[in-house]
Ligand binder design. Structure first.
Ligand code: B12
Length: 372
């Protein structure tokens, strides 16, 4: 699908295999004592940390972040590390960082976060309660969940951290065995909101209320309410207010506001739909005929990804999931040299192949394709 390139996966799958156009490692800067500045502008500090990471100065990163936690707070250190991670994500999106660059950066950020946690002063345990923090099924963005979990711990809560992608059934058994005050479910990418909804249902089956958070929920409580979460928070302070209330007064468990039947129906149609779309794409996009098996598999995955964003939108009743997705996808593809019309072409093919009865999915695909 990409004229003039040999590796030509179609949509987002291209991101995972690109060489990365600006991935050359900068020359190590002259060794200098890292400025330990709690009050300094975090944006420039994030640039400093990123430069240190690129120069493979792991220990300097750890020392800098520890000092921020010591001199300011864990919250300030987390804000700094989150800024760094966003920059890493932006560079990956722009095809300047490979996945390997991202992994190398995240590994150092992980270590720095651990060091900051040991440095930060922990409030004496107020015995308010225990919170289990988990990522939704299929969600592998552990770092955001951990950033949140560690701040909760420092605030005096007992935290049990389950890490990445926890299957809903296993979460339910875990919670039922020793019910905590609450479970905090983290979801970073809207693709994993269906798994988050299953986590909510499983937690409720164990009688435990759910606090939802993470970038996939956007900036308002609506998506969390749609999938039945009992509360949503975007900051540790907001979370603590809710959790403190729950510790003294367990809330009645909420029910989802949006019916999941349309999303499930669309999900059931997805595999045959993707196959039909691959055939149609072959007739509308001749280079597909020359794709390798690997490239065809990536193309299939990418069509699947578009449909999963549509399902997430159906599940939450929130069109902004698809309207935000389209420009993101376009920027990913543009950075990898794909032609301008590639996103509308893929979406148009999916629309033409939709079976009867998926009118809402069709409407969302049209919204995805509408010019901003
Ligand atoms: C590192 C990383 C990965 C790593 C994660 C490793 C790890 N240990 O976490 C790996 C390699 C696994 C990965 C994979 C993918 N990634 Co990624 N990843 C990132 C990256 C660069 C950093 C993540 C991070 O550390 N964030 C830390 C901070 C920045 O996150 P935060 O949301 O602000 O977190 C705070 C709050 O949300 C809150 N919070 C979090 N959870 C909770 C929970 C509760 C209850 C509460 C109250 C608060 C709360 O507290 C946090 C701290 O303050 C992000 C970039 C980004 N902007 O986040 C991309 C990013 C999230 N990834 C992205 C994508 C697309 C993917 C993949 C789909 C790529 C692919 N084609 O395979 C896969 C999905 C894998 C999966 N199944 O989950 C996109 C998502 C875009 C979108 N439209 O949503 C991003 C934004 C990159 C980009 N700029 O395009 N990724």
């Amino acid at each position: 699908m990409v004229p003039g390139t040999s590796s030509a996966p179609f949509l987002t799958g291209s991101a995972g295999c690109s060489a990365g156009k600006g991935s050359a490692r900068p020359k190590p800067a002259a060794r200098h004592r890292v400025a330990l500045v709690a009050g300094r502008c975090l944006v420039s500090q994030a640039d400093t940390v990123l430069a240190l990471i690129r120069a493979r100065r792991r220990d300097d990163v750890v020392e800098l972040v520890r000092s921020v936690a010591r001199d300011a707070s864990l919250a300030v250190a987390v804000t700094l590390l989150a800024d760094v991670q966003r920059k890493v994500g932006d560079r990956w999106q722009q095809n300047e960082f490979t996945v390997a660059d991202e992994h190398a950066a995240t590994a150092i950020v992980d270590l720095a976060l651990t060091a900051a946690c040991f440095e930060a002063e922990r409030h004496p345990n107020t015995s308010e309660g225990t919170v289990v923090v988990a990522c939704a099924e299929e969600e592998w963005h552990v770092m955001p969940a951990r950033m949140f979990a560690e701040q909760l711990r420092v605030a005096g809560w007992e935290v049990v951290f389950l890490g990445a992608s926890t299957p809903a059934e296993h979460l339910q058994r875990f919670l039922a065995a020793d019910p905590p005050t609450a479970v905090a479910v983290s979801c970073t990418v809207p693709l994993y909101l269906p798994g988050t909804r299953r986590a909510v249902t499983a937690s409720h089956a164990a009688g435990v209320p759910v606090l939802a958070g993470g970038a996939a929920f956007g900036k308002a409580p609506d998506r969390a309410a749609a999938i039945g979460a009992d509360a949503w928070a975007s900051t540790p302070d907001g979370a603590i207010t809710t959790l403190t209330g729950w510790a003294s007064n367990r809330p009645p468990l909420a029910a989802p506001i949006v019916d999941d039947a349309p999303a499930l129906a669309a999900g059931a149609e997805r595999p045959p739909l993707v196959e039909r779309a691959m055939s149609t794409l072959a007739s509308r996009f001749p280079p597909l005929a020359h794709y390798t098996g690997w490239q065809r598999a990536r193309t299939r995955e990418d069509l699947d990804c578009i449909l999963r964003f549509v399902e997430a939108s159906l599940l939450t009743g929130d069109d902004s999931i698809v309207t935000d997705f389209a420009p993101w996808l376009t920027s990913i593809l543009a950075a990898r040299g794909l032609p301008d019309g590639i996103v509308p072409l893929g979406i148009g093919v999916l629309r033409d192949c939709l079976p009867e009865g998926l009118g809402e999915a069709d409407r969302l695909l049209a919204a995805m394709n509408a010019p901003n």
